[in-house]
Design a protein around this ligand. Structure first.
Ligand code: HPA
Length: 248
């Protein structure tokens, strides 16, 4: 089964015909909320709102381990995350949808691994390619079928938040090779890899990153909310095509 983790602007899926909700207990504490199960175009889909259904959990307090463990526990095999980002590269203007292929992690102090006990042999998962290429390609195909304009790659910088970045931090991220910046891509991607599921991200550019484009003086979150609201309709369109080509 495919699971969708909704980020800012996507706390529910209007096109999901809900069958039931399940509260899942995990060894890592409480997930962000119950997992919603239902059908999109007659395919089974699970949905979880990353920041909670009331959008109250900030990025650094999301219990990423509980979220991923809960989905794994419910027989989910593939996870597509939807994530709002700031655009660093000039072509990643507000409203752009992108499917990143790489990650740079600037987060700290988050519970970032399932392998943090001393009672089993040390495990290092391969993370050369943080997104599952097969699933990423399905997302690209879905976006094409949906007729939506998109950017096919990009490097996602995961920042700690909840504050936005300084202009100098964005310059540094760009020098590092990042094209977009968000606050939730890590440790989510790494945990999904550790637990053995497929993962891809649909990044939605909500605003120009600090110091860029229309954010030279400041980042307007009001504008960003409007952009996200508009873009999520397009994301839902892509997801509908994705579940159809995904099969099971
Ligand atoms: N920075 C970090 N995370 C974000 C941004 C940003 O500019 N926009 C949306 N999520």
């Amino acid at each position: 089964m495919l699971a969708i983790i909704g980020g800012s602007g996507l706390t529910q899926l209007a096109n999901l015909r809900i069958t039931h909700r399940q509260v899942i207990r995990t060894p890592y504490g409480e997930p962000s909320g119950s997992v919603t199960f239902g059908k999109i175009r007659d395919r089974d889909v699970a949905f979880l709102a990353r920041h909670g259904y009331g959008h109250t959990i900030p990025p650094h307090l999301v219990n990423y381990r509980a979220n991923i463990w809960a989905l794994h526990n419910q027989k989910v095999k593939r996870v597509v995350s939807v994530a709002a980002v700031g655009g660093i590269r000039s072509d990643l203007a507000p409203g752009t949808i992108a499917f990143p292929e790489q990650v740079i992690d600037y987060t700290y102090g988050r519970k970032h691994t399932f392998f943090d006990t001393t009672d089993r042999s040390v495990t290092h998962v391969d993370f050369t390619h943080p997104y599952t290429e097969k699933l990423r390609q399905k997302c690209l195909q879905a976006a094409k079928l949906a007729g939506e304009h998109f950017v096919a790659g990009g490097v996602y910088a995961a920042s700690q938040g909840p504050r936005l970045e300084t202009a100098a931090e964005i310059n540094r991220m760009e020098r590092d090779g990042a094209h977009m910046v968000g606050m939730t891509g890590m440790p989510e991607a790494a945990l999904v890899r550790e637990i053995g599921l497929e993962y891809a991200t649909i990044a939605v550019v909500a605003n120009f990153a600090a110091g860029r484009g229309t954010s030279v003086k400041a980042v307007s979150l009001e504008q960003a909310h409007g952009v996200l609201e508009q873009a999520m309709g397009r994301v839902r369109n892509i997801l509908e095509h994705l579940v159809e080509i995904d099969g099971d």
